[in-house]
Design a protein. Sequence first.
Length: 423
Amino acid sequence: MTTVGDEQSAQTSPAGGKALDVDRLREDFPILDQELSGQPLVYLDTAATSQKPRCVLEAIACYYENDNSNIHRGVHTLSARATAAYEAARETVRSFLGAREAAEIVFVRGATEAINLVAGSFGRAKVGEGDEIVVSEMEHHSNIVPWQILCEESGARLRVAPIDERGELLLEELEKMLGPRTRLVAVAHVSNALGTVNPVREIARMVHDCGAVLLVDGAQAAAHLALDVRELDCDFYAFSGHKTYGPTGIGALYGKSELLREMPPWQGGGEMVLSVSFEETIYNEVPHKFEAGTPNVAGAIGLAAAIDYLAGLGIESVRRHESDLIAYSEEALLAVPGLSLIGRPRDKCAVHSFVLDGIHPHDVGTILDGEGIAIRTGHHCAQPTMKRFGLPATARASFGIYNTRADIDRLVAGLDRVHEVMG
Ligand code: C6P
C-alpha cells in the first residue's frame, strides 16, 4: 500500500444535515435497478454524468406531453406556458446558486459552453496583447483549451498555477503570478481528476486585489457542495445539468450582472436581438443576449426538477453522506494491495483517482465492468494533471447521493478480482 501525497488526508466534515435515506432514494433512480454481467449494477461514475431521478424524467415527459412550444415568441397559450416554465427554471437556478438576479443566469449546453462563452465574449472584449490569463494545473480541458484559443487569437499569455503532491493548489504561487497584466483567473471549484476542493473565496480575494476577474468551473461541485456565488465572490460560475442529476445538453453560466451587461454578444441569431435590419441590429437584454436560437426548454425544466430534488434532500445531508463515502472508501482502497491514491487533498469531494501497481487502468475498468461495476478510466480530460503526477491515466471511482458503503465493498471485491485475473 502506498499513497501519493502526504500521509494524512484531513477530510473536512460537513456542518450537519440529517442522514439521507439512501435505500429509499435509490428507488427514485430507475436505472439503478438492473444487473450488468449478472450482478446488480454499482454505478461509480457520477463525475462523468449523474443518473437522473424519476421526477426529472417525468418533468421532461410532462413538458413534451402538455406544453411543448417555442418560447418568447408565440402569443398562444402553449408558448406562454413553455416560456413561463423556462423562466421559472432560470429562477430555480438563480436561487440554487445564490445569485442576486435571474438575469445573471444564462442557460447554456453545459460547463464547456459556459466557459467558451466567457472566453469568446469577455475575452474578446477585454483581453489583448501582453495580457495574462491564469489557470491551475488541475483543470479539465474545458477550462484550458478555450483560454488557449483566446491567447492564440489575442496575443495574451496563458500562465499555469502549480499544484503540490497532495493535489492542492499552491496559493502562494498563484498569488505571485497575479499582477497588473492579469485579466482573468479560471479555476475548478472541485477537480474531476483529484477531487480537490479549491478555496474559492480566498482565490477571489487575491484575484480581485489585482483587478482581475475570477471564473469558477463548478462542473464537479454543483451536485455536492452548498453554493452561494455572492459568498464565494466569483465573477463567473459554470456548471452542467447532467452532473447535477439533470438532463444532458443544459447547464448554466452565472455572471455578475455588471459584467454580463458590458460583454458583447457571443453567438448571433434569433432571441438575442430586439430588432434587426441590414443597417443596424439592437441586441436583447441579458441574459437573452447570450441565448441565441431556440434554447433547450425541456432541458431547463428537467434541470429545475433536479435542483428541486436535491434541495428536497438538503445539500448538507448530501455533503454529509458523500463525506462518509469518501472517508470509508479511502480507508478501504488504501487496504488494497498495490493501490495508490492519486492526490490526497485535505478537502476532497466525491472522487477517488487511483492506480494499481503494474496494471493498466483500462484493464481495471474492463474487469470491474465484468463485475457489474462502472468506474471511469483514462486521463479524465485532464492530461496536464495526469502529467503532473507522471501518469498517462488513472482509474476513478466517483460518488453520488445513491451510492452506499456496500457499493464500495463491491468495488474493493472487484479490485481483488482484478488482481486474480491479472495474476
Ligand atoms: N468532466 C468527467 O468524467 P461538460 O462536458 O461541459 O458537461 O463538462 C466539462 C467539464 C468541465 N469541468 C470539469 C471539472 C469537468 O469535470 C467536466 C466534465 C467529465 O470528469 C467528462 S470529461
